[in-house]
Design a protein around this ligand. Structure first.
Ligand code: CA
Length: 348
């Protein structure tokens, strides 16, 4: 996708995308900071290719403080036998690499959140260049995309496989089938209130079968979520025909849940310390008290209950106690009704 308005950029890969077998290397982004005039930012990448079959792209570390997916992908780069693959895996375990090495959601180099940077800019800041490389060079090679997220430092989320909503019914059915094959305890549609700047929305615009995850969070590695992630990624690869069936648990068959717009979110309206009233997974209803904000350093302050705005279950909560107005403190997921909601501009 090169044009006067959309140049190819200067990034180059040290791996051969068309070569069979196992390779590990980097996508190199020329980058010229104060202490390294002609250096590069190195984005880790692995290729495992054998025979014929689909090309599946696996992304971890889009946010640098979400670890279960990053660990799973880097293990596969080392351990998966190429002879057991039919097709090609493009393995990217630490896509916002500066964010990963500093354990931050956003890049410390330019302050940009990779998952709000698509389609990116090949002449932009380093994170915008990474997004552009994925958009222009990686997604066009793929048939399917797995984007492995967790809640990050600020959120705790029920371990879930995530459906990116798309308008095209056949594409949506492909996404749902692949997400169901993951075998996570929960299946949730997340459209980020229609935001088109995410990796999954961009992969869907490129036509790829797309699977997301949310694997707990809190900026740590959760043992149960890591186990779910390791098995789920292999389950999806087997579903896509890239590896043999895994023998893991059958696809998850419970309700598909949804975050149907602003009513799903409870936001802090004051400065203080948030006390949630319910654990993750608790059924709740619209109007029910959800939690309250304390301000122990202010003797005149009286907590007032925040309330849910949706019937559903508590899907996520803020991990950090300290809150300021506007912070997301709770997320409610409700059974999905009919066609997908929160379309991200990822239509046919
Ligand atoms: Ca994330």
């Amino acid at each position: 996708m090169t044009s006067p308005d959309r140049p190819a950029g200067n990034a180059f890969a040290t791996v051969d995308f068309d070569k069979p077998g196992r390779q590990a290397g980097f996508v190199m982004f020329p980058h010229s900071p104060h202490n390294d005039a002609w250096g590069v930012t190195r984005l880790p990448i692995g290729i495992i290719a054998n025979g014929t079959g689909p090309t599946v792209i696996l992304e971890g570390g889009n946010h640098g403080d979400e670890y279960e997916g990053s660990i799973t992908i880097s293990e596969m780069m080392r351990d998966l036998d190429p002879a057991k693959v039919s097709g090609r895996l493009i393995l990217m375990p630490a896509n916002n690499v500066h964010a990963c090495t500093s354990a931050q959601r956003t890049s410390p180099v330019d302050g940009v959140n990779l998952n709000r940077a698509f389609p990116g800019d090949p002449r932009g800041t380093i994170t915008q260049q990474i997004a552009a490389y994925l958009t222009d060079h990686i997604f066009p090679m793929g048939n399917a995309f797995l984007d492995l997220h967790s809640g990050g430092s600020s959120l705790q989320i029920l371990p879930s496989a995530i459906i990116e909503p798309v308008a095209d019914a056949q594409h949506y059915a492909r996404n749902v089938a692949a997400v169901r094959a993951f075998g996570a305890p929960n299946t949730v549609v997340i459209g980020n209130m229609g935001d088109p700047r995410t990796a999954t929305a961009t992969a869907c615009r490129a036509g790829l079968t797309t699977v997301g995850t949310e694997m707990r969070g809190g900026g740590t590695v959760s043992l149960d979520a890591l186990d779910i992630c390791r098995k789920g990624v292999r389950n999806v690869l087997a579903h896509l025909g890239v590896i043999e069936p895994t023998g893991n648990a059958p696809p998850q068959a419970g309700d598909i849940l949804d975050l149907p717009g602003p009513a799903a979110y409870v936001y802090a309206d004051d400065d203080g310390v948030f006390e949630p009233f319910h654990e993750l997974g608790t059924p709740v209803f619209a109007g029910q008290p959800a939690g309250r904000i304390h301000r122990p350093w202010d003797t005149a302050f009286r907590p007032v209950a925040l309330r849910y705005a949706l019937d559903g279950i508590v899907f996520g909560r803020r991990h950090l106690g300290r809150v300021a107005p506007g912070n997301c403190v709770l997320v409610v997921a409700a059974p999905a009704k009919g066609l997908p909601t929160g379309l991200s501009g990822a239509g046919a």
